[in-house]
Write a new protein. Structure first.
Length: 386
């Protein structure tokens, strides 16, 4: 099966992450805003949307969520579902939308995520394995798992704290050009990153995403609908998905991730290689996540990710543009909307709408979504309309 050029992203909507949302703001209210923005950006009307994929927000969970959200938004869908693979959900929505379109189920799919970050929203583990066999022993939350990955990577390959810090520094350069980014007021230095508070050794405060409230949406359409879009369509060329564990305790390896088979599948479907990409948008909940992603996706050899990011300029104007919106480290992480920011930024750049941070001659992009603690992985290869 191939989804190569079977569907295209034609519209995006995205909110500036909010550190403090007013009490009257709801997740569905945020969805309504980004839905209207994305549909208008695509040059469509609400009645044109006949497919709906949604991520269930932590702040407003519930059963039969897709139908309930469609009811509120006034959308009549021929295909609707929720995508629940953590931070990989937004990237996973794109190929699922393309597959539904290719199957003839629908012609224009709204892929949407939004969430609130308020005190008390964080919940204890609900899956029995985590609740019974991990949480009581201190393996709680993502910080612990990613710190384990970083420690092991440093031990196996000699990765240095300065190399990990440079990821945050270069991505902040991109955020300074992004008016939607949470942290776009001043640059970072490696000394700033390594001097920030240690959260879980070896990860410092500026190496970890900052939770926020917000949302984003993408309209994926058939070739016929894409012909009448307002902006140049961005075609899906390849997609891959893979998972071999949920909790970090059961990961086959701390340093070899499921990104490798997901990326290989995406590049195979696209008929392209990592060297063909003009820029990359890898999920970056932590600095080590970027390094492992670049290795396992094939942009450098295993164990050389630290040296790779140190030797290359990851800014939008550099020789290896990476997370040109600032990444979640500087853009912010509004729930699943943080993962969607990588997708929307790739689409924005390929449409030539990057403004002050536009990558020169951007035609091909690699996007990776990461769920859990390096567990669920989705890779996409996207192309600007020729």
């Amino acid at each position: 099966m191939s989804l190569k050029r079977k569907a295209a992203a034609i519209g995006i909507g995205e909110l500036k992450p909010m550190k403090e949302a007013s009490p009257d703001v709801t997740a569905l209210g945020l969805m309504a805003k980004v839905a209207a923005e994305a549909i208008a950006d695509a040059g469509l009307e609400k009645r044109d949307i006949d497919g709906f994929l949604v991520g269930v927000p932590f702040a407003d969970p519930g059963f039969i969520y897709p139908a309930s959200a469609c009811e509120v938004l006034g959308i009549n869908a021929r295909m609707l579902n929720q995508v629940d693979i953590g931070g990989a959900s937004p990237a996973g929505m794109i190929w699922r939308a393309a597959a539904a379109i290719d199957a003839g189920m629908c012609s224009a799919v709204l892929c949407i995520v939004a969430d609130l970050n308020r005190a008390g929203d964080q919940r204890p583990p609900t899956i029995s394995v985590q609740r019974e066999f991990e949480a009581p022993y201190g393996n709680i939350g993502a910080n612990c798992g990613y710190a384990m990955i970083a420690h092991r990577h440093m031990f196996e390959y000699g990765t240095k704290p300065e190399q990990m810090a440079k990821v945050a520094v270069d991505q902040r350069k991109n955020a300074l050009k992004n008016p939607l980014a949470t942290f776009n007021d001043k640059p970072l230095t490696i000394a700033d990153v390594l001097g920030s508070r240690m959260i879980v050794d070896p990860l410092h405060l500026f190496e970890i995403v900052s939770p926020a409230s917000g949302g984003a949406a993408v309209v994926v359409a058939s070739p016929e609908v894409a012909k009448r879009a307002k902006h140049p369509p961005v075609w899906l060329l390849g997609a891959g998905e893979y998972s071999n564990h949920s909790t970090i305790t059961y990961a086959p390896s701390l340093t070899d991730s499921p990104i490798k088979p997901a990326a290989e599948a995406a590049f195979k479907m696209a008929g392209l290689a990592p060297k063909d990409m003009d820029f990359v948008e890898p999920y970056d909940c932590y600095t080590i996540t970027v390094i492992v992603t670049l290795e396992d996706a094939g942009f450098c050899k295993k164990g050389q990710g630290g040296a790779f990011v140190w030797e290359h300029d990851l800014s939008w104007a550099g020789d290896f543009p990476c997370n040109t919106h600032g990444g979640q480290l500087s853009f912010g992480q509004p729930g699943l909307g943080g993962g969607m920011s990588h997708v929307t930024e790739a689409i924005r750049q390929l449409m030539g709408r990057g403004d002050a941070r536009q990558v020169k001659n951007a035609k091909l992009a690699y996007v990776n979504g990461n769920g859990g603690i390096m567990s669920e992985q989705v890779s996409l290869v996207l192309e600007r309309a020729s």
